[in-house]
Ligand binder design. Sequence first.
Ligand code: ADP
Length: 767
Amino acid sequence: MNKPNISESNPAKGKNDSTVYYFEESLHELGKILDFSMDLICSCDEEGNFIWINKASERILGYNPEELIGRKYTNLIVHEDADNLKTENFDFRSATHVPIFEKKFIHKNGNIIYLQWSAVWDDIKKLCYCIGRDVTEKKNKEIAFEIERLRFFNIYSQAPSYMGILSGPGHVYELANELYLQLIGKRDIIGKTVKEVLPELEVQGIFEILDHVYKTGESFSANEMPIKFDRYSNGKLEEVYLNFIFHARRDANGNIDGIFVFGNDVTEQVLSRKKIEESEKMYKDLIHKLPVATYSCDAEGRIVLYNKAAAALWGREAELGKDLWHNSWRINSNKKEQTSALNLCSLATALKQGDPILNKEIIIERPNGDKRNVVPYPVPFYNTDGEITGAVIVLSDITEMKLAQKELRKNEKKYRYLFDNNPMPMWIIDLKSFKFLDVNKMAILQYGYSREEFLSKTALDIRPNDDKIHFIKSSDTSQINKSNYNRGIWNHIKKDGTIVPVEIIAHDIMYEGTAARLILSNDISDRIKAETNLEKRNRELIKTNSELDRFVYSVSHDLRSPLTSILGLISFIETESKETDTLKHAELIRISINHLDDFIKNILSYSRNNRTGLEIEQISLNELIFDVVDSLQRMKEAKGIRYEIDIKEEKPFYTDRLRITTILKNLISNSIKYHKKDKTDRFVKIFGYSDDENLHFSIADNGIGIDPEYHQKIFEMFFRLSGKDGSGIGLYIVKDAVEILQGSIEVQSEKGAGTNFNITLKNLKPC
Ligand code: ADP
């Protein structure tokens, strides 16, 4: 290997030897030093051939200096760079000091080596001195960085997120990608502050957050934060939901110099999620509020949700996530029904196969043993692929309905029985055509038509012609519907042609879906006959009665006048005769005549009682009673009787004078009459009061009394108890008069203990 021989070109050649030697030694030393240089050091001639090169060539280019000396440096340059060299018209001789330039060289192993050159031209020696520094590593890093930068830029500009960089404490836009611009609805924002571009954020607290991030370096991340932007610069704020991060940017010294903004507009997701949430809530609410037992389940029939009505129907709360039938309550043990129930739980399969089991009745047994008849109505949910994902199931409790149906069937049977076996003829006619729709056994029996004959007729056919029009008129539904019930007398024709009067009870009904009328017919021939007879006898009776009345009246009158004459004659005998016997007999005759006269007067008063009408007037009660008592003093039993009379006339009392006088006269005369002769302190007490409604009074004596067994009898006509002379008609007349005056009478008495009559009479005051 040749040593580099710089001396060959040394300009000091030809000087004396020691100086030369020393000079050469120095050069040799210099050559050594140059060899250790990290940089490539060389000299080239005018053509660019290496004249000298240091040993760094071996490390940098893979060639030792001997391999290179005499070779053109351009041969080591990468082709394209060699061309550049030409175009740059680089000439070693053109300048004394060329600027630093960079060239790509090819290493012996083929790698590209970046060399940064500085060179100087020595015009005297016609040599160029060059130093080349290996900057491959730095260059590679630069390239990698550039690639990285480009990649970031791509990411940044094409990112599906919005991004921006704010610089400085004032948050000036340094960068903003397209999405960011779209988000805020603004352009040309670079160099402006956030405050200038988005003043609407002031009140939304965003600036405080930015300041905080800038000051503290703590990142801020927001999740679905609602932010309002004046997107169309018209003052109308539009709300968007954003996920974003504010992240502090630091310079080479680690000081915060800006903020990275990354984010996503999640408005659509948030809104659609909210919508889903809302509709889910609505659906849940709906289920919860439904008054019918309802639950929702997934495709496997597992319960997701159920309402109170469902829990009430099941008689217990359900365990969510388990299907209805495994939820530990029991289904009716009937095998067929249980299978249906299990099929329902794998709803998807059941629905797909169009399982006829759905909507079929099942029986649920509650924990307390109650059984409920239930019909499930499932409404399936489908996903976009048409697969069933679940269902809402309405459980219709038909237990009561079934019971009612059962009851109805029972009732139907009962009514059918009642209809068929009713002892009265019954039938049903169509309201429009009057056709017989049904007829019972008794109708067939009484009318003589067979069932078939009836069913081929109309209601008109069993009526005489005269009645037909009237029947059509009175069958007017609007009339009947007024009370939905009609009653009337009609004539019907039997099969044998006889016409019978019947009483009809009609009732509008629905019969097998059509408007119909149920008719009940009652043959009233006998009743009419009986009524006619009764009327006839009544008339006769009235006639007989009035005749009798007239008879009694005239007889009584006619009887009294001879009695009066007899009494006159007796008075005459009594004054004329001195004979004791004659006088005694005359006295007996007088007593009998008086007695007979009293009787006739009573009969007359009874007859008047019935014949004459009431004459109502105000009665002064105490006065009337005193008068009556006074008039009775001629009775021989009246001697020695004490009277206590006190009627409190709180309200004026109105009644018929004749009747009340008859009542008082009879009762007081009895009280006088039925006294014990030997008894001391005999009394008659008459107490009472009158108010707006009634007069209440009692007539009490301490006479012989009446045994309770006769208390009812004494009011009967001609009933007498004692041996006294009486006709037994007095109390009968009293009772009659009390009834006419709308009152009542009752007796309280014990034998030997006196008698008390309590009387109430209505105050017949004029209104
Ligand atoms: P008579 O004309 O016999 O009095 P009444 O009809 O007035 O007929 O009375 C029927 C009977 O009731 C009397 O015969 C008498 O025995 C009994 N009687 C009526 N009032 C009294 C009385 N105050 N005390 C006892 N007995 C009485």
